[in-house]
Each structure stands twice: as C-alpha cells, then as structure tokens.
Design a protein around this ligand. Structure first.
Ligand code: AHR
Length: 521
C-alpha cells in the first residue's frame, strides 16, 4: 500500500513548527497541565488463532509432553506472557472463528476436524474452551471470544455463553462442571463474527446488521458477577482497511446502533489493518535492506489515516464516544519464511517490527479517547508474534520487548507532547524522523517514549521536565533486519539508558532505529 501525501502532511502537523534538519536537536514540549484520555491497557491485547503453530506447539503441548507444562500449557510461554501483563486474548480466530463449533472442543471425546482456512490441516480440538480459559488464568488475562456468525447459529453461540457463564443448575452448567469447572467463567469481551464482509461469510452490510442484532440480543452472559458495571462488552465487525466499501459498512453498523431499540446494544466496533505494502509478492521478513525498511514504515503509518477516518464516522453517530474502536487485528504481514507451510503465516520479527509496533501503539495512544482496545496479530509463531517456539526452544522477539517496555503506559493518562519531528528520507520515501508520546502512570510518574525512525543517524532530544533524572530502556539493533533467533536470542534486547536533568532540561541521545522509554524521577 502506498501512503498518500496528505498523510505525511498530517503526521508532520502533530509536530508543530518548522521541521528539524538532520542533525538538529529535537525539542519536546510536554504539557502535563492538559491530561488526555486513559491509555486503556486493553490496547496491549493479543490475538491467538487456531492457525499454524499459534496454538498447537505455541501454547498447547499436551500434558504428556516432555516440554515443561501445566495441564498441557507450556510454562516458558506462560512466564513470558505474564511478564508483559497481557490484558486480553482474542480467540479462536480470525477466519477460523467462523468455522469453529465449540462443542467439538469440550469433554473427553475430541473429534478431529479440518482447518480449511489455514493449510487445510487437521484440527485435533484438544485445545478447546476449558484449555483456553485455563491458559488465560495462568497468564492473568481476560477472555475475548469471537463467536461463529458465518457458519454457526445464534443458538450455538447462545449455548456456548450459557455453558460458560451461568451459575444456575442447567444441563449446560452441569456439563461444564462435569468437564472440570463448576464455577461460571468470566467472559469480558464478545466479538460478533470476524471479517463478515470476506472470510466470515461475504455478507452485505445490511445482512450483517440483521445478524448483529440477533446475536447481540440472544448471546447472553449470565455470570452473576457480570450483571453490573463489569458487563461483557460486545464488539461488532467493522472496517478492514481503506477500501470505499468499508465506509458504507461502518456507516451501516453505526446507524443501526444509533437507531437501536432496548433489546440490543453494542460497545465496540472492530477495525482490521495489516502492514503489507502489497498482498501479491509480499516483502520478506528477513534479509532486507533500508528500502524495504522505509517502505514498511511508510505503510504502517496509514493506521493514523484509518483511525482518524473511522473515528470521524463514529463521531457522527456516537459523539459521546460510547462505542470503542477496537483494532483487533493489526501488525506486519510478510512473505512466509522459506520452507514453512505458506498457510501457517510464519515470519521473522526484526527491529523494523519493533519500530512498527511503537509507531502503531503511539497512534492508538493519541486516539485513546476512541481507540480503547487493540490486538496485535498474532501472539505466538504467526505474523508479528511476541514469541517464537520450536519444540522445546523459545525466543522472544523485538516486538515482545516493545510490549515489555510499554508496560508503564498500561492505563496511564495521556499527556500531550509536541515536537519538531524532522524528516528521514530514503529514495522517494520521506517519513517523520522522530515520534514520541508521554503519559502519567497510575502513580503519577511521567513516562516518555521516543522512537528514532532514522536507521542511520542518532538523534538528540531535549525536553523541559520537572525532576532530577531520567532512566529507562532503549531497544536498537546492528542492522535494519536484525532479528533474534533460537541460536542468538539476544541480538535485539533492551539496554538501560539514563540521563541527568540539568537546569530543568533533559537531553538524551537516541541511537538510530531505536525505541526508548524513560521515566522522569
Ligand atoms: O490473522 C490472520 C487472518 O487475517 C485472520 O484470520 C483474519 O481475520 C484476517 O484476514
């Protein structure tokens, strides 16, 4: 995808005044007197689809595996995910969700079925509802279930929710107890279909809206603990990129919501957008140079346009911003790694992906009044993953470290920061050279994130702050395509960084192609 000139102008606009030249110091003005929205911790959500080795091998190895596990769920992966405080996990898809029949994934007999979307492989159904809820419990995350609208029925989805959430003695809750969980589960988020305009059933907006009303009405959460403030939030299928048909789709869903009757409601609208550049002949995730680095980063900044565009449509129908824009699939999508099953979407993850993640998280933070949830695709072994595994081996990706460094931004309050971004140019691509956000964490401490997009030049930043020193971490790498591998897992890992504040001024030198997070003490 080619970014348009207006987007560049827009991005420069967040950066006031004349652009800084190559070696000029970038001055950040932080305005703590004008706090913005809460950066909801759900922006750091994950997505785990039954796709390739995302679930099987990535999470589930089975109780009899030699790989250290708790009830079949691998302990190394759980420990790594706990360390980034995953707020929620979207499951079981993706396109898979619209062909998933939950009954096949409960009880002692698990039939083998097929996974036609992703390689046509056998789906053993050994990881089902109880295993997913156990996994969430082990990592301390909340459930974001996608129900099957495409090939299922409202009755099937309604029964799944009754099975999961009722505390009364129904035949479904007795079955749940017999399968090992007498207490009702908590289901925090419910996705009503997935990409229903394509893989989820190729529906027209009107047809989907009819389905949405039915599912929203009948798929109830009966958990007594979720009847008050802690209600399950329902998320409708929304747009999937920049095509004109998605404007019509967004208008249709939002208009239906505005005209809603007492009998149904909605709390979120989904947005999907991958960073691809081109769908045919996708760029490689390894062995690339500066040209591909700059192309991908240019493409990823389209997220700003999309969030702005769909927020504006939502504002027409929902000026009070009751409905969250939920970016529940985003991230890089490259060509499959040579030798891998193309249906498994296996790719490497480089410092380029770390920069890409930071740029997107910053876009979400700047739109935190509307964008209140996001799920990177996908958590393990698929697309822009946090973690890669190979049998007993596990490696943490550069993107994982960005999520770790951003922990202080979970539920922090956005603080406006303005700066001269300057420009970085490669060939015919010009990008903002620097990006930054600031926020106050839940204890009132000020945090600053600065991304140096330029892969060749370091950048010096200067900020006027109240405090004595700044400390935190910075993530960079020797080359634009540097990755972590099982053999060399520490090529792209954060390093400590600190500086004194002198006369109320903080100065930091940031390495080329780096992501830096510091707190002001
Ligand atoms: O994340 C991979 C796929 O991308 C998902 O299954 C689908 O929703 C999207 O098209």
């Amino acid at each position: 995808m080619i970014r348009t000139l207006p987007l560049i102008l827009l991005l420069m606009a967040i950066t006031v005044n004349a652009p800084a030249t190559q070696n000029e110091r970038v001055k950040l003005t932080i305005d703590a007197s004008r706090p913005g929205a809460k950066i909801d911790r759900n922006l750091f959500g994950q997505f785990a689809e039954h796709l390739g080795h995302g679930v099987y091998e990535g999470i589930w190895v089975g109780p009899d595996s030699k790989i250290s596990n708790t009830r079949g769920i691998r302990n190394d992966v759980v420990a790594a995910l706990k360390a980034i405080r995953v707020p929620n996990v979207r499951w079981p898809g993706g396109c898979f969700a619209d062909e998933y029949h939950w009954r096949k994934g409960i009880g002692p007999q698990r039939p083998a079925t097929l996974n036609p979307n992703w390689g046509g492989v056998i789906e053993p159904n050994t990881f089902g509802t109880h295993e997913f809820m156990d996994f969430l419990d082990q990592i301390g995350a909340e459930a974001f279930l996608s129900v099957n609208v495409g090939s299922g029925t409202p009755q099937e989805a309604a029964e799944w929710l009754e099975y999961l959430t009722t505390s009364q003695q129904t035949s479904l809750s007795k079955e749940r107890a017999a399968n090992g969980h007498p207490a009702p589960y908590k289901i925090a988020y419910l996705g009503i279909g997935n990409e229903s305009w394509d893989c989820g059933g190729n529906m027209t907006p009107d047809y989907y809206v009819s389905q949405l009303k039915i599912y929203s009405r009948f798929v109830r959460n009966f958990n007594p603990a979720q009847q008050g403030n802690d209600q399950m939030l329902k998320i409708a299928v929304g747009p999937g990129g920049n095509e004109p048909r998605f404007v019509e789709w967004t208008e249709a869903v939002m208009k239906a919501w505005q005209d809603r009757k007492w009998s149904w409601d909605l709390q979120g609208l989904s947005l999907h957008n991958y960073t691809v550049v081109r769908w045919d002949n996708k760029l490689a995730s390894v062995g690339f140079g500066e040209s591909e680095y700059s192309q991908i980063l240019k493409s990823t900044l389209e997220m700003e346009d999309l969030v702005t565009k769909y927020s504006a449509i939502m504002d027409k129908y929902d000026p009070q911003k009751k409905i969250a824009l939920v970016v529940d699939e985003w991230g890089s999508w490259y060509a499959p790694l040579p030798g891998s099953n193309p249906g498994f979407l296996v790719q490497q993850n480089s410092i380029r992906d770390a920069i890409l993640a930071a740029l997107n998280l910053n876009i979400f933070a700047r739109h935190a009044d509307r964008v209140r949830m996001a799920n990177i695709a996908q958590m393990i072994n698929v697309l822009q993953a946090m973690i890669m595994t190979d049998k007993e081996k596990m490696v943490l990706t550069p993107t994982y470290y960005v999520y770790k460094m951003y922990l202080p931004f979970q539920d922090a309050t956005f603080v406006p920061v303005t700066f001269n971004a300057g420009t970085y140019t490669n060939g015919n691509i010009t990008l903002p050279r620097v990006d930054a956000i600031a926020a106050k964490d839940t204890k009132g401490k000020l945090w600053l994130e600065i991304t140096n997009v330029d892969p060749n030049q370091s950048v010096e930043i200067e900020a006027t702050v109240t405090g004595k020193s700044a400390s935190g971490e910075t993530l960079t790498a020797p080359k634009v395509d540097s990755v972590n591998t099982f053999a060399a897992p520490n090529t792209v890992v954060p390093k400590p960084i600190s500086a004194k504040v002198i006369d109320g001024r903080l100065t930091l030198k940031l390495e080329p192609k780096s992501v830096t997070v510091v707190s002001i003490e």
